[in-house]
Write a protein that binds this ligand. Structure first.
Ligand code: PLP
Length: 454
């Protein structure tokens, strides 16, 4: 492959900015973000308005491949399943499906979305505590992998299995002590108190269900890879027990999601980009626990990963504009912007990275960034050492690809366009901005309320 010769650039001498680390973090922004994947943000704003979400297809694919490589180089059989609730825009899901990811869903709505995206039934993992009887029937007919959350669900499946031709394919969700607290004990069956074993015994003794695997989703934003090592070891231990007791070999071990992304948690002293474990570190902990377990080498299960946040966060950005600059009564500088917490749900947990989209002042000032909502809690950053932007200037909020496009709220204003930049640098709208009509289309006004006099 011929490599393109890069144009010569004159060396540039730049003043080195030194800062003293403080509780509010170092000043890290020295350069504006003017382009995303080679596309000028100015052009995007002209085309799609402000604010809007933008997703880099290139970043999704690169991140996915990096994660996949970390696991496939350490373990023979690896399968990723895309966590729909983390970002269920069809275009995003399909990028993951093109890369080979199965679908991991937690509701009938998400299940139907995966089917509509043409994921094969047997490649859909159905998690979550709320599966209706109709959902379960559908999953059984399609041969999907039903991850049982509680005994009531197990009994429903046993009951349905008696009426149906297909043998339900099931796994249990296991919760356990992995050394991190609080323990997420509300999902699935507990390992330590024997509940997981009871569920397995009931499945095996019913003879009507096909036990496929074991699943644990220990939490989210887990900063310590060794916790996954404990989880994988406990699941492997169950697999060995099932082998011994029932001479049954499970097909997979699923260690769920929860890997941290590079975002900085509120109150953290060091930026998340410096503390976030690598995919290699997670992969090392999980695969070594399974490889070193008592599972017979000829029956090594497939390792399934449902990681969400860590695969998509970096690919998403929110582009917005400054509405006004204020000086608060107590003297602090405030910036009002057109992105509120309704579009940036994760601002309740993260100190999001915000970068001007045009050249800016060297001088910075402690600033509070407010959203446009008429609500006191609409704060994007409480305190950020930020350059002095003006009304009409633009900025980029980085690493917002996870959960914001599913947990967002239609509140006071409409939700904006979502744009994906493809591998060739071409932008595509993947979700149209809402209109008054699209938002009110579900409303019904009774006839007697149609006549008003104001
Ligand atoms: C939410 C969820 C995931 C993805 O979690 P992340 O923290 O985004 O990686 C995976 N599996 C299950 C069962 C989930 O509920």
């Amino acid at each position: 492959m011929a490599t393109k010769k890069l144009p010569f650039e004159r060396p540039l001498i730049k003043k080195l900015n030194v800062g003293i680390p403080n509780k509010f973090g170092l000043k890290t922004e020295y350069d504006p973000i003017t382009h995303i994947d080679g596309v000028a943000i100015k052009d995007l704003i002209n085309q799609f308005g402000s604010p809007f979400y933008v997703i880099s297809e290139k970043t999704i694919r690169e991140t996915y491949r990096e994660a996949k490589r970390a696991f496939t180089t350490r373990y023979p059989k690896v399968q990723f399943a895309w966590s729909y609730k983390t970002n269920y825009l069809n275009a995003v899901c399909n990028v993951f499906h093109q890369e080979g990811s199965w679908a991991e869903v937690v509701s009938g709505f998400e299940y139907d979305k995966a089917i509509a995206n043409r994921v094969q039934g047997q490649h859909i993992i159905f998690n979550g505590p709320d599966k209706t009887e109709a959902d379960i029937r559908k999953a059984i007919v399609n041969g999907s992998l039903i991850h049982i959350d509680h005994f009531d669900e197990l009994y429903t499946i046993i009951e349905l299995s008696e009426q149906m031709e297909q043998k339900p394919k099931v796994s249990i969700r296991v919760n356990m002590d992995t050394g991190i607290y609080p323990i997420w004990s509300r999902f699935g069956f507990n390992y330590e108190n024997g509940e997981a074993w009871e569920a397995l015994n009931r499945i095996m003794l019913s003879k009507k269900l096909e036990l496929m695997g074991l699943h644990a989703h220990i939490g989210t934003y887990i900063m310590v890879p060794w916790a996954y090592g404990h989880a994988a070891a406990k699941l492997a231990d169950l697999a060995v027990g099932i082998q011994k007791k029932f001479n049954h070999h499970i097909k997979y071990i699923d260690t769920g999601g929860g890997f941290a992304s590079k975002n900085t948690l509120k109150g953290a002293f060091i930026p998340g980009s410096d503390t976030c474990p690598t995919f290699d570190a997670y992969a090392e902990a999980i695969t070594s626990a399974i490889i070193n377990s008592g599972i017979h080498p000829e029956h090594m299960p497939i390792l399934i990963l449902e990681t969400g946040r860590a695969l998509i966060d970096d690919s998403g950005s929110l582009i917005g504009s400054v509405i006004a600059i204020k000086r608060l009564a107590e003297g602090k500088r405030a910036m009002v912007v057109d992105i509120g917490v309704n579009l940036l749900f994760t601002s309740f947990w993260y100190e999001h990275k915000i970068t001007p989209a045009q050249p800016f002042t060297h001088y910075t000032e402690d600033t509070v960034i407010y959203g446009p909502l008429c609500m006191n809690i609409d704060v994007i950053r409480d305190n950020i050492s930020f350059p002095l932007l003006n009304k009409g200037d633009h900025f980029v909020i980085s690493r917002i690809g996870a959960y914001n496009m599913t947990q967002w709220m239609q509140f006071i204003t409409l939700r904006p366009n979502i744009v994906m930049i493809d591998m060739d640098g071409k932008p595509h709208i993947i979700r149209k901005g809402e209109t008054n009509d699209s938002v009110t289309s579900q409303e019904v006004v009774p006839d007697y309320l149609k006549k008003i006099t104001v």
